[in-house]
Design a protein around this ligand. Structure first.
Ligand code: AMP
Ligand code: MG
Length: 333
């Protein structure tokens, strides 16, 4: 029922007609695949929540073409945001502004702010240009499952639930965009990603980081939820605890459980002849591999033993945020 088509004139035509009819379309971006709908159409936006099983207090990001004038959507873009937009957009950075209330209130779940993103992926840009509308889109997966970084991942979650997946290949970024609150005096990172806090700080001199406190009011409501979890048991260990990780692997394997280790290049040195997947050695490489390895792990194993790369700085803050959430722990950020 669900078609996967490469991004061509014909598929874009089909995508546009679906969007104008109030349906959803999955499309590629440089971070993960998105499930898009016309941001002006409340019925269409609500379909996204239904299809994903997404809690209705977790707001969506609006995606626009690089030439779209965002003053149609938001108010009060501060000077630092203009500098950041010039430096990092199009790219994996979502900026939250005061909303003008022109898109459906279902997009922001009633908040008076709006998250806006200009993706750099060529397929995403072609789709957004062809459709010519702001597109509300979260990741194109079932809520709380691992985000999709290929058209096949989208199909595995949403087959039969949507009409069309535009296939733009494997996402190069691999983790969701950095979400930056641009409503205050200085920008504040609400969700870490490939544009790190340090990069923002270097560009505009200051950047805060929002830390969600259990039970508190979340400035980025998505933070309250467990996310990105594979469908098999997952246990995480620090690199310094690698002996415990290997003992768990051996004990479970002995019982006949199929186990796989996920580690980085440093952890790989300890795994011996056990089954493993290596995320890589550079943060960007680890981000790009993370979700496809978690999905491969859940499809082929009963237990994933994660030996943590452990660093929380720069781009690794984003990788560790997703990895920790995947392992069932609520990350501090
Ligand atoms: P997803 O599209 O699934 O990657 O999730 C979008 C993320 O952006 C979630 O963590 C949301 O909480 C966050 N977000 C979207 N809109 C807003 C907003 N207006 N204010 C703060 N965070 C937002
Ligand atoms: Mg998501």
């Amino acid at each position: 029922m669900t078609k996967i088509l490469p991004v061509t004139e014909d598929s874009l035509k089909e995508a546009k007609s679906l969007i104008l009819k109030g349906e959803t379309v999955a499309f590629p971006t440089e971070t993960v695949y998105g499930l898009g709908a016309n941001a002006y159409n409340t019925v269409a936006v609500n379909k996204i929540f239904e299809i994903k099983g997404r809690p209705n207090d977790n707001p969506l990001i609006v995606h626009v073409h690089k030439d779209f004038d965002i003053s149609a959507l938001v108010d009060g873009v501060p000077g630092y945001a203009k500098i950041l937009a010039k430096k990092f957009l199009p790219g994996p950075l979502t900026m939250v502004y005061k909303s003008k209330g022109t898109v459906s209130s279902a997009v922001s779940c009633g908040l008076d702010t709006l998250a806006v993103r200009i993706p750099s992926h060529e397929g995403a840009q072609r789709f957004l240009k062809y459709v010519g509308l702001p597109i509300a889109a979260p990741s194109a997966n079932i809520s709380k499952h691992v985000s999709p970084t290929s058209a096949e991942h989208v199909l595995a979650d949403l087959n039969g639930k949507i009409d069309l997946i535009l296939d733009g290949g494997v996402c190069s970024g691999g983790i969701e965009s950095t979400v930056l609150d641009c409503t205050g005096e200085i920008p504040v990172v609400l969700r870490s990603g490939l544009i790190s806090r340090e990069m923002v700080e270097e560009a505009v001199g200051a950047c805060g980081e929002y830390v969600y406190k259990e039970g508190g009011v979340a400035r980025s409501p998505g933070m309250r939820y467990k996310h990105y979890a594979p469908r098999c048991r997952t246990e995480m260990f620090e690199l310094s605890e690698y002996k415990k990780a290997l003992a768990l692997y051996d004990a479970e394997a002995e019982k006949g459980v199929s186990v796989c280790i996920i580690c980085d290049a440093d952890g790989k040195k300890f795994v011996g002849d056990r089954k493993y997947m290596c995320l890589g050695s550079k943060p960007e490489e680890m981000a790009a591999n993370l979700y496809s390895e978690l999905r491969e792990g859940e499809n082929t194993c009963e237990l994933l033993v994660v030996i943590s790369p452990g660093e929380h700085k720069g781009v690794m803050a984003g990788v560790m945020n997703r990895l920790t959430k995947a392992c069932g722990k609520r990350y501090e950020n």
